[in-house]
Structures are given as C-alpha cells and as structure tokens.
Design a protein around this ligand. Structure first.
Ligand SMILES: Nc1ncnc2c1ncn2[C@@H]1O[C@H](COP(=O)(O)OP(=O)(O)OP(=O)(O)O)[C@@H](O)[C@H]1O
Length: 286
C-alpha cells in the first residue's frame, strides 16, 4: 500500500488511533491510520458509513483527542497538545460540517456568524469585523442583501457558503470538509465544489475532504485514502486509485458510486436523503 506522494507533508498523520469509550468498553474508530498532505494539496478520505471518516476528521481538528499516533501540522504535533497549547493553533485548522443548518447559530445573522471567529481572534472593532465578514460573504457568492438574514432564510447551498465563509474568517492553513456537500442537491454540490477549488487556487489552502461520494473525490482531491473499519485499505493519487483500484473494497465503493444498490452495506447516509430533498429546488443566490 503506497502513501500519497508528498515530499515533506504539511500535515503528516502517523499511526493515528482514536477510541471512543462506551459502557460496553472502548470502540476503536480509527486504527493506526497514516497519510500525508502537502501544503496546498487536497486529500480525500472515503469509505462506507461507519468506517471512521468523521472520527478521523474530528481528531485532525482536535475536537477529539487521539489515543495514540501523531498529527504533525507544519512541524508541530497536535495529537498530544493540551487545550491551552492548542488554543493559538486552532484557528489554523478549520472544519466545514455536513449539516450547514445544524452548525450555524439560528439566532445570528449571516454577517454575525462570519464575524464571530474574528471577534474570537481578537479583532476588537465591530465595524472592522462587519467589513471583513461582508467581504467573506461576497467571496463565497452571497448577495449583500443576504447579510442580515438568519440561517433559516437560506437554502442548503447558501448555508454551506456561510459555513465556508465562517471557516475562512480565521484564515486557516488547513480546511477539513466533512461531507460538506453530501446533503446538497447535485447541481448545488457542483457549485460548492467549484467555490472550494477557486478558493484553493487563490489562497493555497490545504484541504482534507471527507466523502462517501466518489464523484466528489475525483472533483476535488489530488490524493485519496480509502478507509474500511478504521483502517487504510488503499491510498494514492486519486486518478490512479479510482481508475484502477487495487483493493476489492475500493472497487465495491466505485461500483456503489455508479449504482448505490450494487452492494450491501454501502447504504445511503441517513441524513442525506431528507436534506437533499429539502434543498433540491433551491438556488444558491449566485
Ligand atoms: N460518540 C461515539 N461513541 C461511540 N462510538 C462511536 C461514536 N461516534 C462514532 N462511533 C463509532 O465509531 C465508528 C466510526 O464512526 P464515524 O462516525 O467516524 O464513521 P463515518 O465513516 O464518519 O460514518 P458516516 O459516513 O455514517 O458518518 C463507528 O463504528 C461508530 O459507531
């Protein structure tokens, strides 16, 4: 099994282990996973439901503490850092979540949502925060008239744009997109993927894209890691892995992407169907 090509990875994940403690005992969700992502690169993590993708994403942004292994970001191992030592580094690694509605405060306006990380980062002047939040909302394609609206008044694609603008407010070096487009209608997915690609070209940001949809992976990632039951079964350049997958599991994922009913066990995500239906006729305001 080859590691994705990277001379000196910007993010180096080495032998990462993440466990959950449950009343029935520990559950190992990520089991000695290793990969690297070069600066400005993008790597996708794919696998069936329950294989550990979200757990891995949450560990990378240190919402979860790994049980073992290293998470070296630009030379600093985040895996073992205390909360106090992590705090100044947190802004460098941001996450965009699958459910843009659940992850946005319903009481705040779009502008306030995007301004909040600026406040936390110490931008004291309210006018300056509003100006920068407005610029970010422009950048992700939301009309100026939308700034004073609250999350419930936006479509799914627009909400995801607000989530991306909020993540970008901290000027992160690494953006982890956890199924960021899977709850969206296919045409809206394409628009959000286009936006992510444009932002990468402009800013040189590094991406980790978590996806169960192999189409998304080929759109946005240079390299791919295929996870099964918490372990890496295959990894390498996305084009090579998708065109000639070496592992039967990857072949099954590829077949399932073409025909979701092709194999048992690759069930559609529970949240995807209703959310996609809810936004299917909505535009993005672009
Ligand atoms: N809070 C938790 N407590 C205990 N076990 C958990 C918890 N969260 C996840 N797990 C278990 O860890 C494993 C990996 O879950 P995870 O959510 O990371 O998978 P996933 O690939 O992201 O799945 P999906 O695509 O359905 O979101 C699964 O066996 C899951 O049941």
């Amino acid at each position: 099994m080859s590691r994705p090509a990277a001379q000196s990875p910007f993010l180096d994940v080495e032998d990462l282990v993440v466990d959950y403690s449950t009343p029935a005992g520990p559950v190992r969700a990520v089991d000695h996973v290793s990969f690297g992502v070069p600066r400005g690169g993008s790597l996708a993590v794919v696998g069936e439901s329950g294989c550990g993708k979200s757990t891995l994403a949450r560990a990378i942004v240190r919402l979860l503490k790994p049980a073992a292994g290293r998470l070296v970001l630009d030379g600093t191992d985040l895996a073992t850092l205390s909360e106090r030592r992590l705090r100044p580094l947190r802004r460098r690694v941001q996450m965009v979540f699958q459910d843009p509605y659940g992850s946005l405060d319903p009481h705040l306006t779009a502008e306030e949502i995007v301004a909040e990380p600026l406040r936390l980062a110490g931008v004291r002047d309210k006018g300056e925060r509003r100006r920068r939040a407005g610029e970010l909302l422009d950048r992700v394609g939301l009309p100026t008239t939308a700034r004073e609206r609250r999350p419930a008044e936006f479509s799914g694609g627009q909400r995801q744009r607000i989530g991306i603008a909020r993540a970008l407010a901290s000027e992160p070096d690494l953006l982890v997109c956890d199924e960021a487009t899977s709850a969206l209608d296919v045409s809206v997915q394409a628009q959000v993927l286009d936006l992510l690609r444009e932002l990468q070209a402009e800013t040189g940001i590094t991406y980790i894209v978590i996806a169960h949809h192999l189409g998304v992976v080929s759109e946005i990632s240079d390299d791919v890691v295929v996870l099964k039951a918490g372990r890496v079964v295959e990894s390498g350049p996305t084009a090579a892995v998708l065109s000639s997958p070496a592992d039967p599991y990857t072949r099954a994922l590829r077949r399932a992407a073409l025909d979701p009913t092709a194999i048992r066990g690759l069930k559609p995500r529970a949240a995807a169907a209703p959310a996609a239906a809810a936004v299917s006729s909505e535009g993005t305001g672009k």
